[in-house]
Write a protein that binds this ligand. Structure first.
Ligand code: DC
Length: 222
């Protein structure tokens, strides 16, 4: 069974995908981690991320492994653990190069389909999972929330990790990432026509997971 969850940054996708996968007893695939991993590999090798041909070549050369570790996933690039590095702010900011690179996308889309075949059942999250990567998925979701709420969530996360940031600047950065995600030519962020759209603005994580579970059950998946 394949369940896809797409949506913008801060919509709750990652937490919800992890919890839904756990409830269903299937694997969770975080495809954003793969775009981030290509970015980290590029930075480590001193590649100009804006050089499309070089970054695309790199994506074809490196090996990215997602390894289940308790509740979470560890991300390895050529056997080096980059789980923490891919979450750095600088990497979040620069990953649009990999995300808008046609060559990188085709390498990663193929890798994601291969993982889908190997794992058999999974909850996969990203921007193009229901539209491009798994168009025949059993259940598709599109999570959304207002930009202000998404910025507040990011802010809360940062504060919990002991970091400081102004909500206004987080909001501005989110808007830039939204625009870049929605307007790129390849694999843009959008809801598949047959996706269930859930606005999570006023919902708790548990409420979202419960709502998604109801849909999966109705589709005969649990
Ligand atoms: O979900 P995230 O914030 O970890 O995603 C990181 C970046 O990768 C973000 O710029 C969107 C992009 N991305 C993408 O283009 N396609 C995906 N399937 C997943 C993420």
């Amino acid at each position: 069974m394949i369940v896809t969850i797409d949506g913008p940054a801060g919509s709750g996708k990652s937490t919800v995908a992890r919890l839904l996968a756990a409830r269903l007893g299937v694997a969770h695939l975080d495809t954003g981690a793969m775009y981030r991993a290509v970015t980290v590999a590029g930075l480590r090798r001193g590649i100009d991320l804006a050089d499309e041909a070089a970054l695309s070549r790199l994506a074809g050369e490196v090996r990215i492994d997602l390894v289940r570790d308790g509740d979470g996933l560890r991300v390895l690039v050529d056997d080096e653990d980059v789980t923490a590095a891919i979450r750095e702010n600088d990497v979040s900011r620069r990953t649009f190069h990999a995300a808008s690179n046609e060559g990188v996308r085709s390498v990663l889309v193929e890798a994601q389909r291969r993982i889908g075949r190997q794992w058999g059942s999974l909850v996969t999250e990203g921007r193009d999972q229901g539209t491009v990567v798994f168009p025949t998925a059993d259940v598709k979701f599109y999570l959304d929330a207002s930009a202000e709420e998404r910025a507040r969530r990011r802010h809360r996360e940062l504060v919990q990790r002991g970091k400081e940031a102004a909500v206004a600047s987080i909001l501005e950065e989110l808007r830039q990432r939204d625009a870049s995600d929605r307007n790129r030519k390849v694999g843009p962020l959008r809801a598949a026509e047959d996706a269930v759209v859930v606005d999570t603005t006023r919902m708790t994580i548990d409420e979202v997971v419960d709502a998604l579970m109801r849909h999966v059950r109705r589709a005969g998946g649990a």
